[in-house]
Design a protein around this ligand. Structure first.
Ligand code: CTP
Ligand code: MG
Length: 234
């Protein structure tokens, strides 16, 4: 069974602060997107990577892919993205040629995910799960709050049992048909692809996530990412 990876990379990165689109910012001198592409292409199972580029940045992304060393056994496609992550993933799925029955969706903003995590996700889809997410236990206690007016303190309404909560990462892995159907059916705003498959009533399973698969979201995350890269290069 052939596996493709779709990499949504079309976001601005508002929370990271002013600058180039997040996926094009440098990490250890190399654009974050290139790290994410390599992380997928390093898995021997992945034979196609579809990059969903910033809407006006497809040409730039194509030339970045040409100017960085990437495995020969992997094919690459670049398509322009949309207004939301969900739209961008859909545009990537629409560009997938036939013959790829397993699809990974991986955030460009998670440049440092280890290949063992990628392989574990693929393995679980091969074993029959329609959707697979890498998941980690939470370090912080989580509170549910009620909305409050401006300048009002938010009241806590519940404390869910932390031992049953997980923070989920990418790549998320899917049976292609299930993911395509989810994107055609679910119209609510969601923050990950697996939740759309959940809404179809299909089972989503977890595999162990990895600390280094964290999402680069805020400026402090860049500091951590640079430190992880520096440690790898020792
Ligand atoms: N993404 C995308 N298309 C969008 C929005 C997001 O492809 N319209 C991608 C981002 O490029 C990123 C991934 O979805 O790789 C996860 O999104 P997030 O971390 O929220 O990135 P941004 O949306 O770029 O950041 P922010 O929300 O801070 O603007
Ligand atoms: Mg976002």
């Amino acid at each position: 069974v052939r596996t493709a990876a779709v990499i949504p990379a079309a976001g601005r990165g508002v929370r990271l602060g002013p600058g180039a689109p997040k996926a094009l910012r440098a990490l250890g001198g190399t654009p974050m997107l290139i790290h994410a592409v390599r992380a997928m292409a390093d898995s021997r199972a992945v034979s196609l990577v579809v990059v969903v580029a910033p809407p006006d940045g497809a040409a730039e992304v194509k030339s970045l892919l040409e100017s960085h060393a990437l495995p020969d056994r992997t094919d690459f496609l670049v398509v322009p993205g949309g207004e939301s992550r969900q739209e961008s993933v859909k545009l990537g799925l629409d560009a997938l040629p036939p013959g790829y029955d397993i699809v990974l969706v991986h955030d460009a903003a998670r440049p440092l995910v280890p290949v063992d995590t990628v392989d574990a996700v693929i393995e679980a889809v091969r074993d029959g799960a329609p959707a697979v997410v890498p998941a980690l236990p939470l370090a912080d206690t989580v509170k549910q709050v009620a909305p409050a007016g401006p300048d009002e303190p938010e009241p806590v309404v519940a404390t869910p049992d932390r031992s049953l909560l997980r923070a989920v990462q990418t790549p998320q892995g899917f049976d292609r048909a299930a993911l395509v159907r989810a994107h055609e059916t679910v119209k609510d705003d969601v923050t990950d692809d697996a939740s759309m498959v959940e809404q179809l009533g299909l089972t989503v399973v977890t595999v162990p996530g990895h600390e280094e698969a964290f999402k680069v979201t805020r400026p402090l995350d860049l500091v951590l990412a640079e430190a992880v890269l520096a440690r790898r290069r020792l």
